[in-house]
Ligand binder design. Structure first.
Ligand code: NAP
Length: 278
């Protein structure tokens, strides 16, 4: 039996085991693979990766707080992981540990499967943390026309811009949140990559509701609740909305292919995620 595992701290509420195990069972791979979860405090990360190198696990999904800290323990990084400087997936290939980042690809696939074109379009990204960086890089690799990053701390947005400007010809601009109205006036795509909107987080929304327009595509990567205030306001304005669970699904689908070599059964994985959220 090959063991796959999601590691992080905390990890209790991770939906990854339900999503991956449903996919493995659907493809009759559940005699060959099992997907587990492990709470791994930072002090135990090195030891856990060492067990993986010895073959105890053939693939890891890596979540907070280890996405950057895991890098020194790996032998190789994919192009995306190298550019982003963070890893959410580790595979054991021979005796080499390879780090990948599927977060940005997950966001791009969620947009594309909702019918949202990216090439040449103007995207606004709210936030400049780990998820925003993966998303901005992925949008640039898809040749978005312009990427406008707004963040409470503008210097963090500037750092992402410096990375993004190295990977493609997308125009890039940064600012604090005060230029929201100007940024959204020309946005085809708006992505909230801050925790604003998550259950228990205040404020409920970062975007005044009169700034949403019919012809916008609004993605909120927050997935708890399923429909955040951003998405509700955008839907009421007639915009197309994409919930955060779609990024979770598609980043998991890319991981599944890396782990097993098989195309992910998306509908089965989506159903498992939605059931796990209830
Ligand atoms: P992170 O690295 O901690 O970054 C958080 C970002 O949000 C920072 O830019 C921070 O601004 C900003 N922010 C936080 N609280 C804010 C507030 N009250 N007002 C304004 N800005 C605020 O977090 P992350 O890993 O990027 O994750 C961000 C969110 O995405 C989380 O809710 C996470 O659960 C979700 N996520 C979802 C998926 C998915 O698959 N759907 C994947 C990854 C992450 P400063 O720079 O000013 O601190």
């Amino acid at each position: 039996m090959k063991h796959l595992c999601v590691i992080g701290d905390p990890i209790e509420h991770s939906l990854s085991p339900a999503m991956h195990n449903a996919a493995l069972a659907h493809l009759d791979l559940d005699k060959e693979y099992v997907f587990e979860k492990a709470k791994v405090p930072s002090a135990e990360l090195a030891g856990f990766i060492n067990r993986t190198r010895k073959g105890e696990f053939t693939g890891l999904s890596v979540t907070m707080p280890h996405k950057v800290a895991v890098i020194p323990f790996l032998d190789e990084l994919s192009q995306e992981a190298k550019i982003i400087g963070a890893v959410n997936t580790v595979t054991l290939s021979g005796n080499k540990l390879v780090g990948h980042n599927t977060d940005g690809a997950g966001c791009v696939m969620a947009l594309k499967s909702a019918g949202v074109p990216i090439k040449g379009r103007n995207a606004v990204v709210l936030g400049a943390g780990g998820a925003a960086k993966a998303i901005a890089v992925a949008l640039a690799l898809e040749h978005a026309g312009k990427i406008f990053i707004l963040n409470r701390t503008p210097s963090a947005a500037d750092k992402i811009a410096a990375t993004v400007s190295k990977v493609s010809g997308s125009r890039i601009e940064t600012s604090g949140l005060e230029r929201m109205e100007e940024a959204l006036a020309e946005a085809d795509i708006l992505i909230n990559a801050t925790p604003i909107g998550m259950s228990g987080i205040s404020p409920r929304t970062a975007v005044p509701k009169d700034l949403f327009r019919r012809n916008m595509n609004v993605f909120d990567i927050v997935y708890e609740p399923m429909e955040t205030q951003h998405l509700r306001d955008a839907r009421m304005a007639g915009a197309r909305t994409i919930p955060g669970v779609e990024m979770l699904l598609h980043q998991g689908a890319v991981q599944f292919k890396l782990f097993t070599g098989r195309d992910a059964p998306l509908e089965v994985m989506r159903a498992a995620l939605l059931e796990g959220k209830q």
